[in-house]
Design a protein around this ligand. Structure first.
Ligand code: PLP
Length: 373
């Protein structure tokens, strides 16, 4: 019998594992009173914000809107500079554009693959208003350096937690360290919807209130726009699905860590770099990203794995500052980001994977290097 392909992440496997709960959640919305906002959205906003240690959650259409509206709610707009990274999903930078602000891109640290605080500091100008720290791959950015940096220069710290649900810094889940944090629930994320979905969380009451207005035409009361806003409401069907899945997030994160540990043991002696974890962090392993010696080795290993039905991904093949749409974007030196684009490879990792699946990946990577198991 042919062996099923292993994907980098597999939202369909996530659905199958929880099909009864997800189907019931969908039915609950179909039979319920609200097809827009309402109880399902309010419950998920409350529960997810509480899970992350924040007081307020504001559900929006997707993670890009979450960053965009967070910037707007903080009063960041035209003429203001926002520092973030080039080694990220383009969404982070697109959201700064959507707010009318000016993106300025810093290099990442070679170990954590998240924003290098010294590189960010070197890019500060009198126009800098905010820093977006992307907790990339599920590893928290260096909050121990970023929090004092932002305090010292009176900058808003925004956490881009799209890949870091349940990751921890100093024993607390990410999302409560910045003024606001933005989450995506894109289907492949650690907490994934069955479509687009996102949320901003914050403990700042005034910012939360502005976000609730901005996501719905600037309304505080219906049909009365106090601010110019948008339509970016979290869909109740997605909220109900996410509430059902949230109950499993802690266990699923443990499972991700167990698979990562298995990869670490199985691959540790090979000529490749494993993800490292800073001593004050708990990794959420949204992705398990290894680094190879150079692009030729990376591409050859990827092709070898694909030939045996293992679909490894590349996150990300082109740093934002080198993409045609962003020609001329302001940025600092990009040595690490440009190297990572050539050398990273994301091995399959999702909670429904079995140990045998992980061993199959380990076996094929070892076979590529002619290293017996
Ligand atoms: C780091 C990062 N930021 C932002 C986003 C944007 O999220 P969404 O796709 O829900 O708009 C994503 C996901 O694509 C992401 O990975």
């Amino acid at each position: 019998m042919p062996v099923a392909p292993l994907l980098t992440s597999d939202p369909r496997a996530a659905y199958r594992a929880l099909a009864h709960e997800i189907d019931a959640a969908i039915r609950g919305v179909l039979e319920g009173p609200s097809y827009v906002l309402g109880e399902a959205v309010a419950r998920f906003e409350h529960d997810f914000a509480a899970y992350c240690g924040a007081r307020h959650g504001i559900g929006v259409n997707n993670g890009t809107d979450a960053i965009h509206l967070a910037l707007r709610a903080l009063g960041v707009g035209p003429g203001d500079e926002v520092i973030t990274v080039s080694h990220t999903a383009v969404a982070t930078v697109a959201a700064i554009d959507m707010a009318g602000a000016i993106p300025v891109l810093a290099d990442v640290d070679a170990l954590t693959r998240t924003i290098d605080p010294r590189a960010a500091e070197a890019l500060l100008t009198p126009r800098t208003k905010a820093v977006i720290a992307v907790h990339l791959y599920g590893h928290p950015a260096d909050l121990g350096a970023l929090i004092p940096l932002c305090e010292k220069h009176d900058l808003a710290l925004i956490e881009d937690c799209a890949q870091a649900h349940a990751a921890e810094w100093n024993g607390r889940r990410v999302g409560s360290f910045g003024r606001v944090a933005a989450f995506s629930f894109y289907p492949t994320k650690n907490l994934g919807a069955i479509g687009d979905a996102g949320m901003v969380i914050t403990s700042d009451e005034a910012v939360a209130e502005r976000l609730r207005q901005l996501r719905q035409y600037g309304w505080r009361t219906p049909q009365h726009s106090e601010l110019r806003g948008w339509n970016s409401r979290l869909d109740p069907m997605q909220a109900a699905i996410l509430s059902a899945k949230l109950k499993h997030l802690t266990a699923q994160t443990s499972r991700r860590r167990a698979i990562a540990a298995r990869y670490g043991e199985g691959l540790g002696d090979l000529p490749l770099t494993l993800p490292s974890v800073a001593s004050d962090c708990a990794h959420a392993y949204h992705l398990f990203v290894i680094e190879l010696a150079d692009q030729a080795v990376r591409d050859a290993l990827r092709a070898h794995l694909a030939a045996s039905g293992i679909m490894a991904g590349i996150h990300y093949p082109e740093p934002v500052h080198l993409q045609p749409a962003y020609t001329g974007i302001a940025h600092g030196p990009m040595t690490v980001s440009e190297r990572l684009a050539r050398t990273v490879l994301s091995l399959p990792l999702y909670p429904e994977m079995t140990d045998a699946d992980a061993d199959r990946v380990i076996g094929e990577v070892r076979a590529y290097f002619n290293a017996p198991a």
